[in-house]
Write a new protein. Structure first.
Length: 147
């Protein structure tokens, strides 16, 4: 009797069927994007939606601290998360802000800010992590210091 299929082909076919069934049952909400963050700047005042200059060393009397960036290759409803951190004795998360581009696409100007705390800015190193909320995104990190 002649074999029509090898065991390897049968096993591969069964694996593909099993994998297809798992995906069909569980669903796949994968979100991959070419959107990326560029031209990240820190400043104490905006010109339009963006910082004119990048100031990575700031004084402790600024009423607000801004971070701005360009989101390139965005599709509508792209979400971008800004996470503000302070490095005192330990790493402390100050705030998370998530922005949605809504109907905007292509290159989108984004910014986020922190207002000066009641007791003033603690001196030290700060960081903003900017992440496009897709499966393949790596955060862009921008550090600055308050003297």
């Amino acid at each position: 009797m002649k074999k029509l299929f090898s065991k390897k082909i049968v096993y591969n076919a069964l694996f593909v069927l099993l994998l297809s069934g798992v995906v069909a049952v569980t669903g796949c909400e994968c979100s991959v994007s070419t959107a990326n963050i560029q031209d990240v700047k820190i400043c104490t005042s905006l010109s339009g939606n963006l910082c004119n200059q990048d100031n990575t060393t700031l004084g402790d009397t600024s009423p607000a601290i801004y971070v701005s960036c360009l989101l390139k290759n965005a599709v509508s409803s792209t979400k971008v998360k800004f996470t503000w951190l302070y490095y005192g004795d330990t790493k402390i998360k100050i705030d998370d802000v998530t922005l949605d581009t809504g109907e905007l696409s292509g290159t989108v100007e984004l910014n986020s800010y922190l207002s000066q705390p009641t007791n003033g800015w603690p001196k030290g190193v700060y960081e903003v992590e900017i992440t496009v909320l897709t499966d393949n995104a790596k955060p862009v990190v921008k550090q600055f210091t308050i003297n």
